[in-house]
Design a protein around this ligand. Structure first.
Ligand SMILES: C[S@@+](CC[C@H](N)C(=O)[O-])C[C@H]1O[C@@H](n2cnc3c(N)ncnc32)[C@H](O)[C@@H]1O
Length: 193
């Protein structure tokens, strides 16, 4: 089933993650520079679609020993590689993983910060996906959505942002991130519960 989805919905396969998940990426995507304005010591964070943890491990460093990060992916291989890296970096005790279903995240612990970096275009039902993300947000939480300029046209990104707004998200800002288009969301009154 997952193999079929990977082939038909262009879910990033594990081997492809190695090509862009490497130290050279830091030249254009410095995780601390990107995340530190939004993530603080003691926070609870979720990295959805983390791949092999390019952002998850810096997130665990930013939340510190009192914070927690959950990495949620539909591919167990990604989560296993991520946890190996976390062990090597000494932050495994702050990270837990959750294997999502292809049609539902299936997780219900709320977070201060949620990251979806270069993954939303792989999701088959964006409306359901954003609705589930909104359920995972603490009332003052932040959701950073980042999509690649290469695969996702500006028009499609604008449509994705509209879908996020339709489930209650409100744009707070649009951070400049290289090779990307992005939106930082909060929950509007409609989404606040
Ligand atoms: C292109 S990789 C991006 C990895 C990472 N965020 C980064 O920027 O290095 C996309 C990841 O999203 C995951 N993914 C795709 N659809 C997903 C879904 N519905 N829920 C959770 N993860 C998903 C894929 O398995 C893959 O690990």
């Amino acid at each position: 089933m997952l193999e079929k989805l990977i082939n038909t919905k262009h879910v990033c396969p594990c081997w492809l993650c190695y090509t862009f998940d490497n130290p050279l990426r830091k030249i254009f995507h410095d995780p601390v520079e990107i995340l530190s304005p939004y993530v603080h010591q003691g926070n609870t964070a979720i990295d959805i679609g983390p791949g092999m943890g390019y952002f998850t491990i810096p997130l665990a460093e930013l939340v510190g020993p009192a914070g927690r990060v959950t990495a949620i992916d539909i591919q167990q291989k990604m989560l296993s590689a991520l946890m190996n890296r976390a062990q090597n970096k000494g932050v495994a005790d702050r990270i837990k993983t959750h294997l999502a279903g292809t049609d539902s995240i299936g997780f219900n612990e709320k977070a201060d910060f949620i990251l979806a970096f270069w993954m939303a275009h792989e999701v088959p039902d964006e409306q359901k996906f954003f609705s589930e993300i909104s359920d995972l947000m603490k009332p003052d939480g932040l959701f950073l959505l980042v999509e690649p300029l290469l695969h996702v046209s500006r028009k499609n990104f604008a449509r994705t942002v509209e879908t996020a707004k339709s489930v209650g998200f409100v744009i707070k800002e649009s951070p400049e991130i290289r090779m990307s288009q992005s939106a930082l969301f909060t929950l509007g009154k409609k989404g606040c519960r």
